[in-house]
Design a binder for this molecule. Structure first.
Ligand SMILES: *[C@@H]1O[C@H](CO)[C@@H](O)[C@H](O)[C@H]1NC(C)=O
Ligand SMILES: *[C@@H]1O[C@H](CO)[C@@H](O)[C@H](O)[C@H]1NC(C)=O
Ligand SMILES: *[C@@H]1O[C@H](CO)[C@@H](O)[C@H](O)[C@H]1NC(C)=O
Ligand SMILES: *[C@@H]1O[C@H](CO)[C@@H](O)[C@H](O)[C@H]1NC(C)=O
Length: 403
């Protein structure tokens, strides 16, 4: 009896260890912490799959648990004044320095879009709230954190349009004045899907001839930039990497556009392109835009065309900012791009760096060899990583020097 119990216990332990253990590259710091964090994300994802299989819930409804777990009520404190407002019908959280207005000193302004694959996340999550407060106190900035509506209830272009309307509203001279924000020092920034929205809205605004207030910089943190090729070397190399495995990123992309599962199936095999989007593959050709070390081990093959016409919006530049021609890139402001080695989205960011630089844009590219997708928001106990603090510090320094 005893030995059977021991054997049972041993098997449970072995299975648990097997479940928690995921091969993580040696140069990632705090490996065990990342394994346990990843195990939590994977378990939730399996639970979500299971719930959906049984027809009980939608996958993303279960995944939303992450957002609720980290939810905070953004409150004013002795240094930062916080208010929930609506900009042209879009919910935003505005963070301002506490010091009285009317001192005459104009402030920097940063419009920030949170990540979460357009389906998850909120400005009101601990790590975003903390980052906004740091930007206020360390940069003397007004921070507008945009609470855009999420897919799948709100497919593309709704999240983009929410961001666009909030940014347009804030850039009106009288609104900027109300917040004592300097019209010459406005930035747009975001991480992951928020980086996608930031890049897309920056392009749209720079194209509008009667947009008076221009953005000074854009700062993109491991941004998602294109839906055409979901088999870039980084997608292949990091398909099982923690936090954002390829299947989850593909799932986010498909949910952004449509709830039709046949599109997800096509995207998983990288055979979802339309005749229209195939003509734009030249803008995301990684054999041209990636530096040699990244493409060396891979042979380029162009994604194939889907036989059905489920969804044409993948060719839309407001969803895939990498699809604009150089003539549009030339008009963009100074740019900061952060990429991580162990991230399916690494090559999206690196390709944008190449394309922007060849269009003559001043780009600061910070690449973290020890980084994984989502790193920068792991700043709070118990899932805090030291690399996240280094990233945040460096990002703030860049904004301080360039905004
Ligand atoms: C991608 O670039 C390679 C050259 O590196 C070229 O042979 C191929 O035709 C290009 N494909 C597309 C779709 O642009
Ligand atoms: C790429 O193509 C070359 C030449 O055809 C071949 O030797 C090599 O094995 C291919 N590499 C991969 C990763 O498929
Ligand atoms: C999903 O897309 C497929 C292929 O285009 C189509 O045949 C099917 O009717 C669609 N399903 C729904 C529920 O719209
Ligand atoms: C790019 O910006 C940096 C400051 O971030 C500056 O030092 C550098 O001279 C600029 N480069 C060009 C080519 O303008």
């Amino acid at each position: 009896m005893r030995s059977r119990e021991a054997l049972f216990l041993l098997s449970v332990c072995a299975l648990t260890a097997y479940y928690i253990y995921s091969p993580i590259p040696d140069n990632i710091e705090q490996k065990w912490k990342l394994m346990i964090t990843d195990c939590f994300f994977r378990s939730l994802s399996h639970l979500a799959d299971f719930g959906e299989l049984l027809g009980l819930t939608d996958y993303m409804d279960v995944m939303m648990f992450i957002t609720f777990l980290e939810r905070v009520v953004p409150l004013s404190d002795e240094r930062v004044k916080v208010a929930e407002e609506r900009f042209d019908g879009v919910d935003v959280v505005v963070y301002e320095p506490r010091q009285e207005r009317g001192t005459g000193e104009m402030r920097r302004a940063i419009i920030f879009m949170h990540g979460g694959g357009w389906c998850l996340g909120s400005s009101k999550m601990g790590p975003y709230d903390l980052l906004s407060r740091r930007m206020v106190t360390e940069l003397n900035a007004v921070v507008v954190s945009v609470e855009y509506r999420l897919a799948p209830p709100h497919h593309f272009p709704v999240p983009f349009e929410d961001v666009y309307h909030a940014v347009k509203y804030f850039l009106q001279p009288d609104v900027l004045e109300r917040y004592e924000a300097d019209p010459e020092r406005v930035a747009v920034s975001g991480d992951s899907a928020g980086g996608n929205l930031a890049a897309a809205v920056t392009q749209q605004l720079q194209l509008e001839p009667n947009q008076r207030v221009k953005l000074k910089v854009q700062a993109l943190i491991y941004p998602v930039l294109q839906a055409l090729d979901l088999n870039t070397p980084s997608y292949q190399e990091n398909q099982h990497m923690p936090i954002l495995p390829r299947t989850l990123m593909v799932r986010f992309w498909s949910e952004y556009f449509t709830s039709n599962k046949s599109f997800l199936t096509a995207m998983l095999t990288n055979s979802h392109n339309s005749a229209e989007s195939v003509a734009m593959l030249k803008f995301v050709n990684w054999s041209v835009f990636l530096p040699e070390p990244y493409r060396r081990k891979y042979n380029y093959s162009a994604p194939s065309i889907s036989t059905d016409k489920t969804c044409l919006s993948i060719a839309d530049q407001r969803a895939s900012p990498l699809l604009v021609p150089d003539t549009v890139l030339r008009r963009l402001p100074k740019t900061y791009i952060l990429t991580c080695e162990y991230d399916v989205l690494r090559d999206d960011g690196v390709m944008y760096v190449t394309r922007l630089r060849s269009a003559g844009i001043n780009v600061t590219h910070e690449h973290y060899k020890e980084g994984f997708h989502g790193t920068m928001m792991f700043t709070l106990w118990p899932t805090d990583f030291s690399v996240a603090h280094r990233m945040t510090d460096s990002y703030l320094v860049w904004l301080k020097e360039n905004l």
